[in-house]
Design a protein. Sequence first.
Length: 205
Amino acid sequence: MARKTKAEAQLTRQQIIDAARQTFVKRGVSRTTMEHIAETAGVTRGAVYWHFASKTDVFFAMRDQVALPLLDRISHTLLDEERGDPLSRIETYMQETMELLATDAVARQTYEIITSKCEYVYEFAGVRAQMMQCGHDMLAKLTAAYSRAKDKGLLRQGLEPAAMALDTFAFSFSLIHLWFADSEKKLIRTKCHDMIKAHISLRRL
């Protein structure tokens, strides 16, 4: 068999990641095997193992394709002075995140897997710690944005940036979970943008 070119190998790798995401959504991570991923991808089991040493590695590759650009977007949105005042930028970040879930199937499926389709035990026990590190990074960026808002006199008196950042972090995390739970669009999905506006307005002087 002819050796694959680098471009062909990269295409196969992406095909496997896409198949893993589809299978994780359908079966859950714990019930998915490398054989299931290979079958969905239309490749051999050996091809999957050539690209990924384990199911955990496939999971990380799938997660990073959404998480890493999202972290970059958080930095860009919260630090870009041209996107409004600090409180407006926090609101924009949250609004854009919810819009991403509604319009981007890859992001939506990845978030669904991370939030409700994976048990963080055994070989995935370390994943939660990595996710919390990402949470700490996000919290630091939110704290910086709220600190700027306080310096500019935009934050209501008595509110501290660190506490508000933690509250927004928890609010965003909970909102995403509830968004997925509301699959029939009867409670959260039609109101999440108004909820975000209210969340920020309660902090604005």
